[in-house]
Design a protein around this ligand. Structure first.
Ligand SMILES: CC(=O)N[C@@H](CCC[C@H](N)C(=O)O)C(=O)O
Length: 376
């Protein structure tokens, strides 16, 4: 694919962000782009809104895989882009999955023009932002017949300059759990608070209490996060709210801290129920295991990246982001790395505007990495 084709494709993806398991237009676009590339030794499988492409090598001794996520986020775009702003109101590719997919198709187009010696598998996985596509995909045995020996994924890094790649051995991303809490009290007239059980007040206390968990209950030598991203309740300024909803996410480096954070949330919920005479229900939504990079393969990749004149390598610290790519890494040796895209605004920010020069650099870098792996 030429630089112009890559750019065009990224912009097409950018205009049609769709949330987890609703990526139908995205799936169709992936299939449309693949169509002219297909050879008789390729196999393509659909799984829900995802796509899996298997290329049989000319003289295979291994199967190398690349996984990209394909979903967008429920964010109203404010990137300032005129030309190719999201056409889906309230949705945006604010986590770079438009880049990840374009890079996958760029590498695929190379292997369409040059048949690889080894087998190559490309996994276009839905619902990374939630509820998670990797786990059900693996559980349903979708990759069984083409089981890879190694798997790689990348993620854009707005804080790194274009041309930079970055990773580390072992833990790269945290364990995560979503958090959805419903509070049920008793509504009433604003002027008669003694007859009601106000869930705006209860939710406010609860959210404030939750902020003590990381400070007071997580071992300071470990790390944890409890972020509440949504707090909803009430219908009118002079009506006491009968119910409220709090939504968030929990992160931890260790499984022990995740268990402890959940134990404290549940204990605090009981306290809120007693203090405010209400009922709380907790739903942990989807949970992702940590992203733990395979030691040997990551070391080998870091050596490769340091020698690759097209990129600059920097060692990454562990991050509290989550990624269901961790489920692939539980079963298949591999690693994830960050790709510098140089944006003043970060991931999940409505103003995110990654530098598109990073796309071609990533395609070249990954293509050379896979080609190098095949010669080993
Ligand atoms: C890379 C990234 O930003 N991933 C997401 C994963 C979200 C997992 C889940 N929906 C949750 O909110 O816990 C992240 O927020 O780190």
């Amino acid at each position: 694919m030429t630089s112009e084709e890559l750019l065009n494709l990224r912009r097409q993806f950018h205009q049609i962000p769709e949330i987890g398991f609703q990526e139908t237009k995205t799936q169709q676009l992936i299939l449309d782009v693949l169509e002219p590339m297909i050879h008789e030794y390729w196999s393509i499988k659909l799984w829900r809104t995802g796509v899996i492409v298997y290329i049989k090598g000319s003289d295979p001794s291994q199967t190398l895989a690349y996984r990209t996520d394909i979903d967008g986020l429920p964010i109203e775009e404010r990137s300032g882009i005129q030309e190719f702003v999201s056409k889906h109101s309230g949705m945006m590719h604010a986590c770079g999955h438009d880049f990840h997919m374009t890079i996958a198709l760029g590498v695929l187009s190379h292997f369409s023009a040059h048949r690889p010696t080894d087998n190559v598998l490309f996994v276009f996985q839905p619902a990374e932002e939630g509820p998670g596509g990797a786990k059900p995909m693996l559980e349903e045995g979708v990759l069984k017949e083409w089981w890879p020996d190694q798997i790689v994924a990348l993620h854009i890094a707005p804080e790194l300059p274009v041309g930079t790649v970055s990773t580390r051995e072992g833990l790269l991303f945290a364990n995560t759990s979503e958090l959805f809490i419903d509070l049920k009290g008793k509504g009433g007239h604003a002027a008669y608070p003694h007859t009601a059980r106000d869930m705006v007040v209860a939710a406010s206390h609860f959210v404030t209490q939750l902020q003590t968990i990381v400070a007071r209950n997580v071992n300071p030598l470990d790390a944890g996060v409890v972020t509440i991203g949504v707090i909803q309740g009430g219908t009118k300024q002079n009506i006491i709210a009968e119910s409220a909803r709090v939504e968030g996410t929990i992160r931890s480096l260790s499984i022990e801290s995740m268990t402890e954070i959940k134990r404290r949330i549940e204990a605090m919920a009981k306290g809120i129920e007693a203090s405010f005479e209400c009922e709380l229900t907790i739903d942990y939504g989807s949970n992702y295991c940590q992203v733990a990079n395979h030691s040997e393969l990551t070391q080998e990749y870091m050596t490769f990246a340091k020698r690759d004149a097209d990129v600059a390598f920097v060692e990454a610290p562990a991050a509290m982001t989550g990624e269901d790519f961790g489920y692939f890494l539980e079963q298949i040796p591999g690693f994830m790395f960050w790709l510098g895209v140089d944006s003043p605004y970060g991931l999940h920010d409505a103003r995110l505007n990654p530098n598109e020069d990073a796309i071609e650099k990533a395609v070249t870098h990954l293509t050379s990495y896979f080609t190098w792996k095949m010669k080993k």
